[in-house]
Design a protein around this ligand. Sequence first.
Ligand SMILES: *Cc1c(COP(=O)(O)O)cnc(C)c1O
Length: 383
Amino acid sequence: MSWQQYFVEAQEKQRQQGTLRQLNSFEHHDTELRRQGQSWCNLASNDYLGLASDHALKQQFYAQLAKADAGLSASSSRLLTGTFSTHSALEQTLAALFDREAALVFGSGYHMNVGILSAIADKQTLVLADKLVHASMIDGLRLSPAKLLRYKHNDLQHLEQLLHTYHGDYERVLIVTESIFSMDGDIADLQALVQLKQRYPQVALYVDEAHAVGVRGQTGLGCAEEQQCVQDIDFLVGTFGKALHSVGGYVVCSQVVRDYLVNHMRTFIFSTALPPLNMAWTDFVLQRLAAMQARRDRLQRLTLQLRERVAERYDQHLSASHIVPVVLGSNEAALSKAQQLQEQGLWVMAVRPPTVPMNQARLRISLTADVPEADFERLLTCL
Ligand SMILES: *Cc1c(COP(=O)(O)O)cnc(C)c1O
């Protein structure tokens, strides 16, 4: 079979299954998406704090930016000449905010999870990962020779059982979870995970706060801050591309872990460092995160209202965060409901397998702190 034919057939198969995806290009005007004379309120973005529409904040950033920090490329990987003062400053800001020994920044959250997990988990490692962890963590674990077992989503009893049964067979054990789960919006009990891992000296905990940083915690540092266990998580990772309206990933950890990663992590070593400009912006936002409580409060208020509405109309397990899924089952049902909302000027997207398990296709509504009140009211009505 020719390559051409192979691709055509693969796409035809996806089309029949209702899983064919395509790229949509938009003009972005704050929370509004525009295309070909139509417009929608964006309810599918990860700009949870609504910073994309804060033009004053961006102006303030550019006004104080030193010319030396405005570089548009690092032109090198971190270990060569790609570590600029903005990279170091950002890592110091992170370590200070989280009150941890060290921090390290990566090109993206995807690089972060793929790189860290494949670097730390060897043949003598058992990895126990939540059934619903993000694809980037699974990909990292696929690159490692470690033994991988998945525990039922947020089921700490199942985790404890696996830990009890298998921990003796491996030198080290790593528990891997997200704090807020991307597709379900529910939250891991980090304190309970910490207590569990503390019963075994060879167990470490890896928590991805991609959807929580900026949004949760008294100063916006995430669920670990909210649950008062920042100091007890061995690998506390997160991303800048969501609530922080920037780009990149980070880990806060001990100095020895940082040194190990700098020496072993292939996505860190063999990839160009992020541009100095982006590092300066991320640093600028992080330093103002604690003061963004009003945004977190509005997001929380909208979240509670939306959850109440979904609970009334749809009989399902409720999200505990600003990510509110409406599970509809079949791909057709999810696509048709999404289309109905889109016709009402609300850009809500259907999420289908393989992103979510089979027969759990859903709408994934992600709220941002700057959703206009009128659009939000329309969303409540249309649901
Ligand atoms: C978005 C996401 C990532 C990937 O981060 P990028 O910076 O977009 O590459 C990693 N982990 C989780 C849980 C995410 O939701």
